[in-house]
Design a protein around this ligand. Structure first.
Ligand SMILES: Cc1cc2nc3c(=O)[nH]c(=O)nc-3n(C[C@H](O)[C@H](O)[C@H](O)COP(=O)(O)OP(=O)(O)OC[C@H]3O[C@@H](n4cnc5c(N)ncnc54)[C@H](O)[C@@H]3O)c2cc1C
Length: 549
């Protein structure tokens, strides 16, 4: 059986591709691209072979592309840097296609796109899950800063490896060989070998190409937030020919990306992890030409009657004729003194594979009684010694789906604490134990990792005073927008806001951030897709009103 990562193109597909590229023959072994390159070409082997090598491992050959096979991975659709080097063998003949041209082919030729994207996704999956390498992080398991870097790479699907200085001799040797010391930790070594001492997330994002440079133009639509609703809006906007840019303050996938297994999303009978769903949607949006840049946190937005100007972190100002707010919601902090000190070093707002390995044989706490808490508890129970689920009320089934409640009660290492509150967190640097109050009685539990999933609040700080919202900060749309809150303009003199439109024409809100939304992946995806038809209507009106002036 052939390896699905290395499919063979048909002669018909190669003939189509030949219209877009150039054929080159090499008289000696030649480097086609090198590890760390962010703008590299796509190659189809017509004769001879191309070897993919890992320069950080004595140029070990990782894969050999034979006749009618092709190079590339999912970073070809973004600006991310390539983690390997490629060498054409002596006498090899290849078809070379520029990355920008390849993106055009992928969005227009579905047969070719299917073969390429399936292979790209599989190659990325194998690389992330099975190969060690990529960006190196040297630090300690319990450091907040190290956790921040690893968490960002994990959520953004950046190939990396972690060298724990407390355990790894190789990490200690690297420190000595680069003349560095413990005060410089965490240290990051990029794929092309540059060293960064205690880098910021922005530096990391820039060097891996997740943070992108993009044109300073007026886009048709700007999507703020790359959770399910924002990614759905991005896919539909880009596939329907609108110029679209999407930003997120953290990572694609939003809350769904934190879900270890989504079991109620249509079409996935055995469930899908939020991580995988987010990765596929991220690639799908890029396939149609959407630019996605991370991390940019929206800070302020202005509207001048013609277009929106958004100010975001990392010095980004983006202009767009329409704007979709898809910033969802975040979990609230537990009201426990000094909790900020432990965030990233014992207190977490999501439970990912990375957290799971840190919880091995430890006592873990999960606060909250919703489905997200239930999923996290079950996932962590496979790794931790004990999982303590902590709820304020006395009925786990109050807010949690029955299937999760049943599974929790039948798990031998999950303990449910009802009528309970965490009242104290303790530890020198990392959480070491907590104090739990149950009906007025306190007890100390040696919980070292606490996951909290309580009371989601909408991420709308960047919109205060700009659009109409309810008193909890959820955005009003459609019939919820009061007459008095509507921006005075010719469009709202002719009609009322569309169902997903807010108090400014051309401003839309989708998913969990919208007042009255259902707070599910499927509804968020539905709203994101639906918003684009309303954007089309608005853009047509905008065009008309300009013609009339
Ligand atoms: C652990 C967990 C498990 C879940 N399981 C399920 C399930 O099994 N089934 C189900 O249907 N639903 C589930 N949900 C709910 C579901 O994930 C949400 O309803 C859905 O993700 C909402 O999508 P959204 O795009 O509206 O918002 P979000 O998913 O919240 O995404 C918002 C995005 O906006 C970004 N953002 C926020 N503020 C800014 C800013 N100022 N600037 C730029 N970007 C910003 C965030 O980083 C985030 O990526 C779960 C939720 C959680 C937390």
């Amino acid at each position: 059986m052939t390896d699905p990562r290395f499919p063979v193109l048909t002669q018909k597909q190669i003939s189509t591709l030949k219209e877009f590229g150039t054929i080159i023959t090499f008289d000696k072994e030649t480097v086609l691209f090198q590890v760390g390159d962010s703008d590299y070409d796509f190659y189809v082997v017509l004769d001879g072979e191309i070897n993919m090598r890992d320069p950080h491992d004595d140029n070990r050959v990782l894969a050999t592309h034979m006749i009618n096979e092709f190079t590339g991975d999912s970073s070809m659709l973004s600006n991310r840097s390539i983690p390997f080097s490629a060498y054409a063998s002596q006498g090899a003949s290849v078809l070379r296609i520029k990355p920008e041209v390849l993106k055009g082919i992928i969005s227009k030729h579905s047969g070719i796109s299917d073969v390429l994207l399936s292979a790209f996704l599989l190659r990325q999956e194998v690389m992330l899950k099975e190969l060690s390498g990529g960006v190196k992080v040297i630090g300690t398991e319990k450091s907040k800063e190290t956790y921040g870097l690893r968490d960002f790479m994990d959520k953004n699907h950046i190939w990396h490896s972690f060298l724990n200085i407390d355990e790894s001799i190789a990490a200690k040797e690297l420190l000595v060989s680069f003349n560095l010391n413990y005060a410089d930790l965490p240290i990051l070594i990029s794929m092309s070998g540059e060293i960064y001492k205690n880098p910021t997330i922005a530096e990391l994002a820039r060097l891996t190409g997740v943070l992108m440079e993009f044109e300073d133009t007026i886009y048709d639509v700007l999507v703020v937030g790359a959770g399910p609703s924002g990614l759905a809006a991005s896919v539909y906007a880009a596939s329907e020919g609108l110029s679209v840019v999407t930003i997120d303050g953290n990572a694609p996938g939003g809350q769904a990306g934190k879900s270890t297994k989504i079991e109620n999303y249509l079409g996935f009978p055995t469930g899908i992890s939020g991580h995988d769903l987010a990765n596929k949607a991220y690639l799908q949006a890029q396939k149609f030409g959407c630019t996605i840049s991370i991390p940019h946190k929206a800070e302020k937005v202005e509207y001048n009657g013609e277009y929106f100007t958004l100010c975001a972190s990392n010095e980004k100002h983006i202009k767009a004729k329409s704007l979709i707010a898809a910033t969802g919601a975040n979990y609230r902090r537990l009201p426990v003194e000094g909790i900020e000190r432990f965030e990233g070093s014992g207190v977490f707002y999501s439970a990912t594979g990375m957290n799971a390995s840190a919880c091995k044989n430890e006592l873990v706490g999960v606060v909250g009684g919703g489905n997200s808490a239930g999923q996290a508890a079950l996932f962590l129970a496979d790794h931790a010694a004990e999982v303590h689920v902590i709820i304020r009320g006395d009925d786990l089934g109050d807010k949690m789906s029955d299937y999760l409640v049943q599974r929790i009660y039948s798990s031998p290492n999950i303990i449910v604490h009802k009528n309970s509150n965490v009242v104290q967190l303790n530890g020198a640097h990392h959480l070491q134990y907590l104090v739990l109050d149950t009906n007025g009685k306190t007890q100390i539990i040696g919980i070292t990792n606490l996951f909290t999933f309580i009371g989601a609040k909408p991420c709308t700080e960047w919109l205060h005073g700009i659009v109409s919202m309810d008193d909890r900060g959820f955005i009003h749309t459609g019939v919820d927008v009061m007459e008095a809150a509507m921006t005075t303009c010719s469009i709202f003199e002719q009609r009322k806001p569309q169902s997903l439109e807010g108090s400014i024409p051309g401003f839309f809100a989708v998913g969990d951030v919208r007042k009255g939304s259902v707070k599910r992946v499927a509804s968020a995806v539905g709203e994101g897709s639906m918003a684009i038809s309303q954007v089309h209507q608005y853009l047509a009106e905008l065009k008309m009103s300009r013609l009339e002036q």
